[in-house]
Ligand binder design. Structure first.
Ligand code: AMP
Ligand code: MG
Length: 401
């Protein structure tokens, strides 16, 4: 049986890079960039007034001037005024071009303006380029501002908009088929018989995918019937980049998924990982086409595997670099824990801000079927397999739901 790190590396090696497409900037939220974005002008494109106030020539101050008649008003969006008369000033607004003939800005709070004459307080000692955001001081024209692989969140969209990128080239959205298996499961809309339960995994998986920006999902359900499972997976194989199955991957008589996917030509890269919960995880693929994940049906196991393996795999498939093991976010374990077996353990935790960082408080769980317990957690702490005792106060990787 392979380790968590080996499972992760195997998935990364087999999930192909998705294609790319051009989309309007307004539709690019959360997408992964597949081109580099460069500055078409310097950042900022002109000497930009950074405070409301007056612009003066600092030499006039050096020569002893303290009272500056206002020659004109420079608004944001207006072409630059010119100060031609010595010892005068231009009233300026944040975002305006620094007027020609001036070299610094004195904030409005630092002057007294009476009858269009600005008087400096004694404390002010203006120097060249005070309160001026200098042209090109952030980036030169032609600089790479965003590189391929960047996820387009607010700041990145702002940069793309500033350089006039009306469309951006991004990764295609993966087409994901989510299939739950199990004859005991009925739709949310049905009233279950005493021996049945409502399906929750497809909804939980779809929600996590949507929250991660993967919205091209379809939901399916199938009973524990080998022929029916074969037909559905066969249909989904040709229409999906990723198939996520839940249930039917363990060792029970009616766990048909491993055999069926093999029959359909999927190469199984691994089945079972040294972890708890989620040990029966299966991963296979049809090379260059479709990746198939078989998650154990237990709701906690299914979500653990989704967050630990599938969401990072989807980021990789979109060309988005994911943090290495050393760079991962951590949280501080808030209890001593001991396990019997050396398996990587994923522990649902509540996250609480602490003086020395984010504290991870294990939530009481009644096994890997305890959905209600899981709903009290914010994520899971990854406790490595090399240890069986874990002490309060140590940091471990955290995966948030
Ligand atoms: P399995 O992996 O198919 O053996 O299922 C393990 C357990 O998870 C069983 O108790 C199932 O009833 C439960 N389970 C499987 N699929 C789902 C699902 N979609 N929603 C909720 N529970 C499920
Ligand atoms: Mg089942």
């Amino acid at each position: 049986m392979i380790s968590v790190a080996e499972a992760e590396a195997t998935i990364r090696d087999h999930v192909p890079l998705l294609g790319d497409e051009a989309v309007p900037l307004a539709d690019a939220a959360g997408r992964v960039l597949r081109e580099s974005i460069t500055s078409d002008r310097p950042f900022p494109p002109f000497d930009r007034v950074a405070m409301d106030g007056i612009a003066i020539n600092s030499k006039d101050y050096e020569n002893g001037t303290r009272r500056f008649p206002v020659a004109s008003i420079q608004a944001a969006g207006a072409p630059p005024h010119a100060l031609t008369t010595p010892s005068q000033c231009v009233e300026v607004m944040t975002g305006a071009v620094l007027p020609d003939g001036t070299d610094c800005v004195i904030p409005v709070e630092k002057i007294k303006l009476t009858n269009d004459v600005a008087e400096l307080t004694d404390k002010e000692t203006p120097a060249p380029f005070d309160n001026v955001h200098r042209k090109g001081s952030d980036r030169d024209v032609g600089s790479e501002l965003l590189c391929a692989g960047a996820r387009l969140l607010g700041p990145q969209i702002a940069v793309a908009a500033t350089v006039g990128a009306t469309t951006v080239r991004v990764s295609c959205q993966p087409r994901v088929a989510i299939i739950s298996t199990g004859s005991e499961l009925v739709p949310v809309t049905a009233t279950p018989a005493p021996h049945q339960i409502r399906q929750s995994n497809v909804h939980a998986i779809e929600t996590a995918l949507h929250l991660a920006g993967h919205t091209r999902t379809t939901r399916h359900h199938i009973a524990d019937d080998a022929a029916a499972i074969r037909d559905l997976i066969s249909e989904c194989l040709s229409a999906s980049d990723i198939i996520i199955l839940s249930g039917g991957v363990s060792a029970g008589r009616y766990d048909f998924v491993p055999d069926v996917v093999t029959e359909l030509g999927v190469s199984i890269h691994f089945h079972h990982v040294r972890q708890r919960p989620g040990k029966p995880l299966l991963f296979g693929s049809i090379a260059g086409q479709t990746s198939v994940f078989g998650l154990p049906g237990n709701p906690v196991s299914a979500l653990v595997c989704l967050h630990r393996y599938i969401l990072p795999a989807l980021a990789t498939a979109q060309g988005c670099p994911i943090p290495s093991a050393k760079e991962r976010a951590t949280a501080i374990l808030d209890e001593d824990l001991t396990f019997k077996k050396p398996l990587t353990c994923f522990k649902p935790v509540r996250l609480i801000a602490g003086a020395d960082g984010c504290r991870a408080v294990p939530v009481p769980m009644n096994g890997s079927g305890d959905l209600a317990g899981l709903a009290q957690s914010d994520g899971m702490l990854e406790l490595p397999e090399k240890q069986t005792t874990f002490t309060k106060g140590s940091p471990y990787p955290i995966w948030r739901w």
